[in-house]
Write a protein that binds this ligand. Structure first.
Ligand SMILES: [Zn+2]
Length: 85
């Protein structure tokens, strides 16, 4: 695993965590990218998702803690060649 120094505080998870790794609150919400629909705005008001904006890079966090605002990145799975025998 290679860690960049600038990414020291990066929190990654394979799945949506139940609790925030930083503040411990169970307030992890999904970050939605792209232009939000009216339904999406409703969900934002309900605090279920947050909007990540329309600019999508290859390195965007998937979830955010509604408590402390920390962003959680989805852990990328790297598939290598599996050798049998
Ligand atoms: Zn938090």
């Amino acid at each position: 695993m290679i860690l960049k120094k600038s990414d020291m505080e990066r929190i990654t998870s394979k799945r949506k965590p139940r609790k925030c790794a930083k503040c411990g609150l169970p307030k992890i919400v999904k970050i939605m990218y792209g232009y939000p629909s009216e339904d999406a705005f409703k969900t934002v008001e309900e605090g279920k998702i947050v909007l990540g904006g329309c600019c999508i890079t290859n390195d965007d966090p998937s979830w955010q803690c509604a408590g402390c605002g920390v962003k959680i990145y989805k852990e990328k799975q790297i598939y290598g060649k599996i050798r049998h025998k």
